[in-house]
Design a protein around this ligand. Structure first.
Ligand code: AMP
Length: 112
């Protein structure tokens, strides 16, 4: 999508601190980290949120979770939280599917 921030980051049109990239997804550090390690993993294709996942694109999400397991293993991150906010009340501010991967501090449950 031409006016989507994360589409532009995935395309390299807006700079980011890249963590990982392949044909399907892109991972980069969050600009406002909420934990000592906080990166985002996004599909390269535009998907608005978890609500837009269906049989046509769910393989992308499976791949993203494989990538999350790979990145965290390579970085020696054993305990972490994966979060995806959907909609305004949940705190979604960028309308391109993304998974937050947070680690390096104690986390509360339930989240605030
Ligand atoms: P959410 O609020 O769940 O939609 O998450 C969006 C996330 O994107 C927030 O944690 C922001 O800090 C992060 N973010 C926004 N703009 C950028 C950017 N240019 N580079 C890296 N992270 C960003």
């Amino acid at each position: 999508m031409s006016d989507c921030l994360f589409c532009k980051i995935a395309a390299g049109e807006i700079p980011s601190r890249k963590v990982y990239e392949d044909e399907v997804c892109f991972a980069f550090y969050d600009i406002a980290p909420q934990a000592p390690s906080h990166f985002l993993v996004i599909p390269k294709e535009h998907i608005g949120s978890v609500s837009d996942i269906g049989s046509a694109n769910s393989a992308v999400v499976a791949h993203i979770f494989e990538v999350i397991a790979k990145i965290t293993a390579e970085k020696g991150i054993e305990s972490y939280r994966v979060v995806s906010n959907i909609g305004e009340q949940a705190g979604q501010s960028v309308h391109h599917l993304h998974f937050h991967v947070l680690s390096g501090r104690d986390m509360t449950w339930p989240p605030g």
